[in-house]
Design a protein around this ligand. Structure first.
Ligand code: PMV
Length: 286
């Protein structure tokens, strides 16, 4: 029996624009997927809560095992405390944890690359930022490529993660945005602006300039809303976080539901804001 474990993630700045080659700032979160794996005749995956394992996921896992040099089939049992369909990296963490269970001691870049097999099945054409954030842990500055560029970012911050109550797949906003981009000239400048905010946000995060970083969260949310990837429930969640005194708040991940994040002034403020909004407080980075 082997075990692999990986954390979920939040995108601090740069979701969607990262798909089009702009950089993103992302962080692992202290919520985990754990995989217990034993060799078996066939590939079998037990998902939490008795969810039926989709056949393409089994195929992707088998392909990942071949890439990892794991001979034969396996039986994998998953446990997770990452909310599903919320943009918090549950599928990327699944991929990274499975890669680690299949290949003990594999380096973060290799685990992220192996996990892309699962991401491609569940998300279509992912940028790769999710598995990179889950595999590298801490805070990263990510640009897609072959290989992708992953830089570690120093510093730390306290956030509140609040769920909008709507679960959805990444496809549901990424594919419609790709379509809108073909005919709507406003999309590309908005995507460039989001990339710029991620670049600035990296420096602000490293300097611990929380006030300006909070303003970047607000500006990114406004751009994401204009891109058409927010929804009424997310707007309410973001407003509640701001009303509670967040330095800034935005949707995180693909949008269309899922989660929002707020930047808190410190640990105590994060706890208070979480209690007020029904979210949970986390520390990201160092
Ligand atoms: O799967 P989510 O909700 O974490 O979204 C991933 C971030 C996107 O930029 C929207 C897609 C991608 O592949 O980068």
């Amino acid at each position: 029996m082997t075990q692999g474990r990986a954390p979920g993630k939040v995108i601090l700045l740069g979701e969607h624009s990262v798909v089009y080659g702009h950089p993103a700032l992302a962080a692992s979160i202290p919520r985990y997927v754990t995989v217990d794996l034993a060799p078996a005749a066939e590939v079998r995956i037990e998902l939490p809560g008795g969810i039926q394992t989709p056949f393409p996921l089994l195929e992707a896992a088998a392909a990942m095992a071949r890439d990892a040099g794991f001979a034969g089939g396996f039986h994998a049992v998953l446990r997770s405390d990452i909310p599903l369909g919320s943009g918090l990296g549950s599928s990327a963490a699944l991929g990274v944890a499975l890669a680690r269970a299949l290949k003990a001691g594999c380096a973060p870049a290799e685990a992220a690359s192996l996990a892309m097999r699962v991401e491609q099945v569940l998300h279509g054409a992912p940028s790769g930022v999710d598995p990179a954030a889950c595999a590298h842990e801490g805070v990263i500055f990510y640009t897609r490529g072959n290989p992708p560029a992953v830089e570690r970012v120093r510093g730390s911050a306290f956030l509140v993660v609040a769920l909008s109550g709507i679960a959805r797949g990444t496809h549901s906003t990424v594919l419609p945005l790709a379509e809108r981009r073909k005919s709507d000239p406003r999309m590309d400048p908005l995507l460039a602006r989001l990339g710029e905010l991620a670049r600035e946000g990296r420096d602000l995060f490293e300097r611990g300039d929380l006030v300006r970083l909070g303003a970047s969260f607000d500006a990114a949310h406004a751009a994401l809303r204009e891109l058409g990837v927010s929804c009424a429930e997310l707007e309410q969640t973001v407003s509640a976080l701001r009303a509670g005194g967040a330095l800034g708040a935005k949707l995180t991940g693909a949008g269309g539901g899922g989660a929002a994040i707020a930047l808190a002034r410190g640990e105590q403020h994060a706890r208070e804001l979480a209690a007020q909004t029904g979210g949970f407080a986390i520390k990201v980075g160092g």
